[in-house]
Design a protein around this ligand. Structure first.
Ligand code: GSN
Length: 221
């Protein structure tokens, strides 16, 4: 590997958090540069570091990678967390996309004007659409695909922990997912990541939202 992995993003979860999770499970050390001012963002732009003028951006193996899913796939491939063949991979990607859809809904809440109704929609969709899929997939197998840990498992853990922060009892009807969480959180790298003081980020607060609005010059109507 050429140098250390460096993450460029805000000091908060957002789209980078799944990348932090995956690097952690792959036991890859990383540094973070937190984007906190418009000037920093403009410097990244003028350096040509952001292909689509967006973050997350990850410096890895001498490259500056953007696009969250592309970055996740690179890490998953490199660290053998993307299944053994094409058929495993498509299943992993399908699970992963469903999980990203759910996490994106939660991610957008602090920027939303009708958070309460959005929260209700998230809960209903989680219970009726998404969680049953994972409950079924885990009735027997230890992991979602191919009997082996993959990036989809890591995202399922991340997503279900996020859901429980909003709806503490949401997994009460999903015992297989709850048992899966129990197994996953025993993996030493994950157990460390869940301890205070790790690189895991807390739920978004006002400062995080304000920073993003300032850096991107976003004005709410
Ligand atoms: O998944 C991805 O990485 C891209 N498809 C989207 C990345 C993205 O939207 N990045 C935002 C900040 S993170 N929050 O949503 C971003 O850089 N927005 C600035 C802009 O001008 O689009």
């Amino acid at each position: 590997m050429t140098g250390k992995v460096v993450l460029h993003y805000f000091n908060g979860r957002g789209k980078m958090e799944s990348i932090r999770w995956l690097l952690t499970v792959a036991e890859v050390e990383f540094d973070e540069v937190y984007l906190s001012t418009r000037e920093q963002y403009e410097n990244l732009l003028s350096d040509g570091a952001l292909m689509f003028q967006q973050v997350p951006m990850v410096e890895i193996d001498g490259m500056k990678l953007v696009q969250t899913r592309a970055i996740l796939n690179y890490i998953a491939e490199k660290y053998n967390l993307h299944g053994k063949d094409l058929k495993d991979r498509i299943m992993i990607n399908m699970y992963s996309e469903g999980l990203m859809d759910q996490m994106e809904m939660i991610m957008m809440l602090p920027f939303s004007s009708d958070a309460k109704s959005k929260l209700d929609t998230i809960q209903t969709k989680a219970i009726e659409r998404y969680l049953p899929v994972f409950e079924k997939a885990l009735s027997g197998p230890m992991y979602l695909v191919g009997g082996k840990l993959s990036c989809a498992d890591v995202q399922l853990l991340e997503c279900t922990l996020m859901l429980e922060e909003k709806f503490p009892a949401i997994l009460s009807e999903f015992p297989n997912i709850k048992a899966f969480q129990g197994r996953m959180t025993k993996i030493p790298a994950i157990s460390r990541f869940l301890q205070p003081g790790s690189k895991r980020k807390p739920q978004p607060d006002e400062t995080y939202v304000k920073t993003i609005m300032e850096v991107f010059k976003i004005k709410l109507p």
